[in-house]
Design a protein around this ligand. Structure first.
Ligand code: GRF
Length: 234
């Protein structure tokens, strides 16, 4: 049985779009169906993307929109099994986090636990990466608990930072990778291939093996040394 997925988004919803398109490609093999898109913002592009696909789109109850339904009620009404946060800027209430343990995932545009936590969203993340002078950033998909950006990591993928980058060019490079990683993580969790329990140990069959993006295999050591020398100009 496929999972019933709710996507929560506050912004444009390009990750939502990437998930929908990936599920289209998987066809009958997909692990879930997006049955609901909900937002705290009436003008979120994600809602428009849902409407175009005849997926239920809902503006959640907030101080500004007191008439909207509360999240928990909505999840029950749509019999949601899995919550996918895709650029959702609010903390998910702890009652929902407890009820959906291991069934809420998020994508963060940096390599957690670095550059995460309260206030670290959107271009702020990429500016902090540039200010810190790191040469590698990336994406992190993780399970959600009741602290921002702290839940168990499911998958990470590195993205290089170039000297000429500004927050915009870096965000675009990272987003491209998000669109590749997140739909695959969402599908694996929806299908039950990846769970909070089995993503703990390094010996478990891992969905995202970052080795191909590095040269760390024993027989590649000389290549690695050579590449380091080239990078250092020695
Ligand atoms: C992404 O960068 C994601 O990592 C972060 O919020 C952004 C959402 O972008 N959590 P979009 O709305 O999916 O285009």
């Amino acid at each position: 049985m496929r999972s019933r997925i709710a996507v929560l988004a506050s912004g444009g919803g390009s990750n939502l779009q990437a998930i929908l398109e990936h599920f289209d490609r998987l066809g009958a093999h997909r692990g879930g169906d997006v049955v609901l898109v909900a937002s705290d913002r009436a003008d979120a592009g994600a809602l428009e993307r849902a409407r175009r696909r005849d997926i239920a789109d809902v503006v959640l109850r907030t101080k500004q929109q007191p008439d909207g339904p509360p999240l928990e009620q909505l999840l029950d009404e749509h019999a949601v099994d899995l919550i996918v946060l895709a650029g959702y800027l609010r903390l998910v209430p702890s009652t929902i986090v407890a009820k959906y343990e291991g069934r809420i995932i998020n994508i963060h545009p940096a390599l957690l636990p670095a550059f995460g936590g309260p206030g670290m969203y959107g271009s702020r993340v990429h500016r902090a990466v540039l200010d810190a002078g790191v040469r590698v950033t990336g994406v992190t998909a993780h399970f959600v608990d009741d602290v921002y950006d702290r839940g168990r990591i499911i998958a990470q993928w590195p993205v290089p930072v170039f000297a000429a980058d500004d927050a915009g060019t870096l965000a675009a490079r990272v987003l491209r990778v998000e669109h590749l990683v997140y739909p695959r993580v969402a599908d694996a969790v929806a299908a039950g291939r990846l769970t909070l329990e089995n993503c703990v140990t390094s010996s478990s069959p891992s969905l995202v093996d970052t080795r191909p993006s590095f040269t760390l295999l024993p027989h590649e050591e000389s290549r690695l040394a050579e590449n380091i020398e080239i990078a250092l100009g020695c």
